[in-house]
Design a protein around this ligand. Structure first.
Ligand code: NAP
Ligand code: G4F
Length: 346
């Protein structure tokens, strides 16, 4: 019999890649979806159509703030592994909605840890920790022992959940792991994160249906990897013989300008002619530099990133050029209004 996994945040980027990965490993996957006024399962629609009937992939309404539904789900599904991927995951939005970001980021994992503590079964728990917790003030390579210095409500709530996960592991002998993941992207990345904001706009610029792209701080540096590689690392952490904290990264860092330069040069374009900056996208407190050291995961989990930075940029650009072609058809037929510089972009 295959294992059973419960994934919170299954409709997000990582939820989609992880569900695919686990189903390939013969897991039955249960995912939580929060209620919204329109259905937003586009990242997992192929899984729904392929596996819903066989029961290999099942969705349940829940919310990080609804401890009762989380508890009931854990008791009824009886999972072997829980991956807590749900979060208000946008750093800039966390400055605008600090209470919500903190309530969900703190209470969600805590509710699940409590449910696991009283569960009769040994349930493994994965917490989606983040490199944002380090604060990135110094140009150094960061590992599991580096100190935290959170710079946003998002990062502070991740530190809380990280510490709780470790505390439950140490106090109650539970299999609870923290995956401290550096930025990871893909064609399924949310469109308001900088990489996807760039590749989405670039596709339209190439087709001549968008003129300008407005961004914020172009000098920040990030250690960007491919999400598909990182979900394998999450799973490996959960199969290791002891629960621990693990960094996943690429060991390379690049500025937003580097990303722009590689992306635009794929189409022989000079990014400086298209990109403008606005104070609107500058954060109250910036994480300037993130570079990860994944040697522990490499040594003990035999994990390493497989996708280079250049390949990641290309993969995202190619996918978004295809999407832009669809935009153009709809635009030519007057079926959509161009809202490329969306007021909710952040
Ligand atoms: P994402 O695409 O933003 O997905 C977040 C998921 O959480 C979505 O399914 C979202 O549902 C769900 N969610 C948000 N608020 C919720 C609530 N109140 N109750 C229940 N579900 C809720 O994020 P991601 O990039 O896949 O990242 C996955 C996790 O890893 C997040 O916790 C993130 O903070 C963390 N992380 C990400 C990175 C990265 O670079 N991607 C790096 C380090 C850590 P909707 O679809 O309805 O919005
Ligand atoms: O793409 P970003 O919004 O990602 P950020 O803030 O690094 O957070 C992501 O990675 C974290 C891991 O370290 C996750 F925990 C978190 O959930 C999320 O997935 O911004 C990257 C950089 C920042 O320095 C930002 O100031 O890009 C800069 N940037 C410049 N212009 C912009 C923009 N970011 C956004 N979102 N939009 C812009 O217009």
């Amino acid at each position: 019999m295959g294992k059973v996994a419960l994934i919170t945040g299954v409709t997000g980027q990582d939820g989609s890649y992880l569900s695919n990965f686990l189903i390939d490993k013969e897991y039955t996957v249960h995912g939580t979806v929060r209620r919204s006024s329109s259905i937003n399962t586009y990242r997992i629609d192929d899984l729904i159509s392929k596996y819903q009937e066989s029961g290999k992939f099942k969705l349940h309404y829940s919310d990080l703030l609804d401890s009762s539904s989380l508890n009931t789900l854990i008791q009824s599904i009886n999972p072997d592994e829980i991956y807590n991927l749900a979060a208000q995951s946008h750093v800039m939005v966390s400055f605008k909605n600090p209470v919500y970001t903190t309530q969900t980021g703190n209470m969600g994992p805590l509710s699940m840890l409590e449910a696991i503590r009283y569960s009769e079964k040994d349930v493994k728990f994965y917490q989606a920790s983040s490199s944002e917790m380090f604060g990135g003030s110094e140009k150094v390579s960061l590992n599991e022992k580096s100190p935290f210095d959170p710079k946003s409500p998002y990062a502070a709530s991740k530190v809380f959940a990280h510490n709780m996960t470790k505390m439950y592991r140490d106090s109650y002998d539970l299999f609870c792991v923290n995956g401290i993941l550096f930025n990871h992207e893909s064609p399924l990345r949310g469109q308001t994160f900088v990489t996807r904001k760039i590749t989405r706009a670039l596709g339209r610029i190439v087709l001549g249906i968008q003129e300008k792209l407005t961004l914020g701080n172009l000098d920040a540096s990030r250690d960007w990897g491919f999400a598909g590689d990182y979900v394998e690392g999450m799973w490996k952490m959960m199969q290791y013989n002891t629960p621990d904290d693990w960094v996943l990264a690429t060991g390379e860092t690049h500025t937003i300008k580097d990303f722009l330069s590689i992306a635009f040069s794929l189409y022989d374009l000079d990014w400086e002619k298209y990109v403008i900056t606005s104070e609107k996208y500058f954060r109250p407190n910036e994480v300037d530099y993130l570079l990860g050291d994944y040697s522990k995961a490499s040594e003990l989990l035999d994990w390493k990133p497989k996708t280079s930075f250049e390949d990641l940029v290309k993969l995202m650009c190619e996918s978004d050029l295809e999407l832009a072609k669809k935009d153009k058809v709809l635009l030519d037929e007057n079926l959509i209004t161009p809202t490329w510089e969306h007021p909710l972009s952040s």
